[in-house]
Design a protein around this ligand. Structure first.
Ligand code: GLC
Length: 741
């Protein structure tokens, strides 16, 4: 016995030593040296993840059991334990275990930890990859300063059905934009290399195709062709892996009848096989034993078997692995080689995060104090919020408003003064008290105004209309009315699907009453998803989409309303006129009965509504205007691995500085797999001073013309193509043709 203890001690000193000799050992060698020491229980323990909300609180029966499992080396990771004090306390328990294997602490830091940035869909409207990388890095720096090692983000699910509440968490409907944003966010969260104490491990979720749940019912089944899976839903995950995503999370949904956590096709064939992924996969909350409810397995033991065999490495919250893997090994249904593979993937990340060298390296109270909500992050939050705002209508150039005049402004609506709603869902450790509301932002901005009258009028939900008269009275006294309408902050996000996307409650009635007073009305719509508000958009003089912008909501909106920031956002998702049009995206097909405006008869579409959306993907106005001219291609034909450079002149023809998101779409009129009428293949966000012109160039090569063919190969086919340059998917300004030989 003494010899064994000595052996363990010697090896542990080697493994956890701070000297250069241990550093020189490759991580793989260090992983192997730990693996050799581990009992079967300890190996299974690494695959087990618990949620630990309140784990450091009063010692309840459940807390006692969790703490005992940690001490016995039966837990690999905790989620929802955060803050230096709590993570240190729980890590100290793990250090009492036989092998002192450190825990990974994780949390859903989706759009901020303490400083809350715009919800991801809103931020995607900025089309500014650098700002999205920066906010992800800021969120990671705060999370890491709070003792966390791992965030369950970015959510990279493509979603084309805004009834699905989780559309708020992603980057919208487009695969190309979604892939670029996935990369930006992974690099933001993780930094250049894992292990810095101002970065955390990212988690690409939910693998895969969760955004295509049937009828947008959360957690429902997904039935789709492999072609659609590869063409639309997988690329953002591949982009996340290529950016180095340390982990993936499998989805709640089935894919063609198989629960994602048990999908050999997804986790082994594609992720760990074809893509050679070397990180690890965590199940979504309880989704392993949810296979029983799906009717996929009879019991937890079979669920554990299906999940581990199909490549799900860590079990979030179901205890299926803890309770059954040892038996499955004894019954030779699971090989030790397969178990060791899962354990090594997890240990490798713990080494890469430096936790074996110092389990408390993320537990620094001074860094926590100085990092959270620092001035730099607050400034970034305001900038990200500004860039996320989308100007949808500006009749008679009503906006921007003048700040220096004595005017009475009525600020009406249930979201005008709401703090909590502005954080949206997945609020991390955000504090609603920190939020600058729209009303507060306007008060600070329009200090010269004679009066700012703030009236809720109605609640977000509910049928109480008793406040509408006060709102009408305020409108009567006002020179201008700003209305803050939309959803509640928690009406989008997980398990928040809606069948009706109109403004909840009596907000439409409130708008009608106020609008009837006859003063100019600016509608600021706030939500975590596209809403349907045509009745408001048609009557308001100006419409701004404000998403949920986080801590700096009011300052950013006031900056835009006052013209201190010229809005530059573009919609990352199509806004339908009616729920009846859903699923809807700009990537529509001509079909054999192409829709022709003003024609009638046998054409694709509806007899009661045009196919066109309320607002198209890529749409957004500015206080200035931009001219696209002089498109030139440096050649007309691409051969072999060559490319074409398309150049044109962009001019700011308006009287204020501004930014334009120039979008490049490709139309492939004839292909072995029919292609949609256009696909986004590149974009640039360009800042131009008033009157300034600039030559903008795009490179088009074979890869931008490729698609998944009938054999599911990514390939471009010879033929003619159209290049479309525009300010929105439905606002093409220049086009040209070229050929691939
Ligand atoms: C939730 C979500 C997932 C999240 C996880 C942990 O159910 O589906 O996105 O990361 O559980 O909170």
């Amino acid at each position: 016995m003494f010899k064994i203890k000595l052996g363990i001690l010697t090896t542990l000193v080697g493994v956890c030593s701070f000297n250069t000799q241990a550093q020189r050992k490759t991580i793989s060698q260090r992983v192997d040296s730990v693996l050799k020491l581990m009992s079967l229980d300890e190996k299974v323990g690494q695959l087990n993840q618990y949620s630990g909300r309140n784990l450091t609180g009063p010692l309840t029966e459940q807390n006692r059991n969790v703490q005992k499992d940690i001490k016995d080396g039966l837990v690999g990771s905790m989620l929802n334990v955060h803050g230096v004090k709590d993570t240190r306390q729980i890590q100290e328990i793990a250090m009492q275990s036989r092998l002192k294997i450190p825990l990974l602490f994780s949390m859903d830091v989706v759009h901020g930890y303490r400083t809350i940035f715009p919800v991801p869909l809103g931020e995607a409207a900025s089309w500014d990859l650098d700002i999205m990388r920066q906010t992800a890095h800021a969120a990671a720096a705060e999370a890491a300063a709070a003792g966390l090692h791992w965030t369950f983000a970015p959510m990279v699910d493509i979603a084309r059905d805004p009834r699905w509440g989780r559309v708020m968490e992603g980057a919208g409907e487009d695969t190309y934009l979604g892939s670029k944003i996935a990369k930006a966010r992974v690099l933001g969260f993780q930094g250049a290399k894992l292990g810095a104490t101002d970065a955390v491990m990212a988690c690409a979720k939910h693998f895969a195709a969760y955004g295509a749940v049937l009828a947008a019912r959360d957690y429902a089944e997904v039935e789709m062709s492999e072609h659609e899976l590869w063409e639309t839903y997988l690329p953002p995950f591949k982009a996340a892996q290529d950016a180095g995503a340390a982990t993936f999370m499998s989805a709640f949904n089935t894919l063609n009848g198989v629960p994602a956590a048990a999908s050999n096709y997804l986790q082994r064939d594609i992720l760990k096989g074809k893509w050679q992924y070397n990180g690890f996969v965590v199940s979504d909350w309880g989704s392993i034993d949810q296979m029983i409810k799906w009717g996929y397995v009879a019991n937890k033991k079979d669920a554990a078997l299906k999940a581990i065999l199909s490549g799900c490495d860590m079990d979030m919250m179901s205890r299926s692995y803890l309770e059954h893997l040892k038996t499955l090994l004894a019954e030779k249904k699971v090989s030790i080689k397969l178990l060791d593979d899962a354990v090594k993937r997890i240990l490798t990340k713990k080494f890469e995060m430096g936790l074996f060298d110092d389990p408390y390296r993320f537990c620094n109270e001074d860094r926590e104090r100085s990092t959270l909500r620092n001035a730099e992050f607050l400034k970034l939050a305001r900038e990200a919020a500004q860039k996320s705002i989308v100007l949808l209508k500006n009749q008679d150039h009503l906006l921007p408003l003048q700040t220096g005049i004595r005017q009475t402004i009525a600020v009406i609506g249930p979201l005008a003064n709401s703090k909590r709603d502005m954080l949206g869902n997945w609020t991390g450790a955000g504090d609603a008290d920190n939020v600058v509301t729209l009303a507060a932002g306007l008060k600070q901005k329009f200090v010269q105004s004679k009066q700012l009258i703030i009236v809720n009028g109605t609640d977000v939900k509910g049928s109480d209309t008793s406040g509408i008269q006060a709102a009408v009275d305020a409108a009567r006294k006002a020179d201008i009315v700003i209305m803050a309408l939309g959803e509640g902050g928690e009406m989008s996000g997980e398990s928040k699907s809606r069948t009706d996307l109109s403004l909840p409650g009596r907000q439409q009635q409130l708008f009608n009453a106020v609008q009837a007073v006859g003063k100019p009305v600016i509608a600021v719509i706030m939500a975590g998803r596209p809403l349907i508000f045509g009745g408001i958009a048609n009557k308001a003089h100006a419409v701004i989409y404000g998403w949920f912008l986080g801590d700096q909501t009011g300052n950013a909106l006031a900056d835009v309303l006052a013209g201190d920031y010229n809005p530059s956002g573009k919609l990352p998702v199509t806004f339908p006129r009616s729920v009846g049009q859903i699923p809807i995206s700009y990537q529509m097909y001509k079909t054999g009965h192409p829709w022709v405006a003003a024609a009638s008869g046998y054409q694709t579409g509806y007899i009661d509504m045009p196919n066109t959306p309320q607002y198209a993907f890529g749409y957004g106005l500015s206080y200035t205007s931009f001219k696209y001219s002089d498109l030139k291609l440096d050649k007309q034909v691409i051969t072999g691995n060559g490319s074409i450079t398309a150049s044109f002149t962009l001019t700011n023809t308006g009287n204020c500085n501004g930014e334009e998101v120039v979008q490049l779409y490709i139309n492939d009129p004839i292909a072995s797999v029919v292609q949609p009428i256009k696909k986004l293949k590149d974009f640039q966000k360009v800042a131009l001073k008033s009157g300034e012109s600039r030559l903008i160039s795009f490179m088009i090569d074979k890869d931008k013309l490729a698609f998944y063919n009938q054999q599911l190969q990514w390939a471009a086919e010879p033929g003619k193509f159209k290049l479309l340059l525009g300010s929105a998917s439905d606002d093409i300004r220049l086009q040209s043709e070229f050929e691939l030989k």
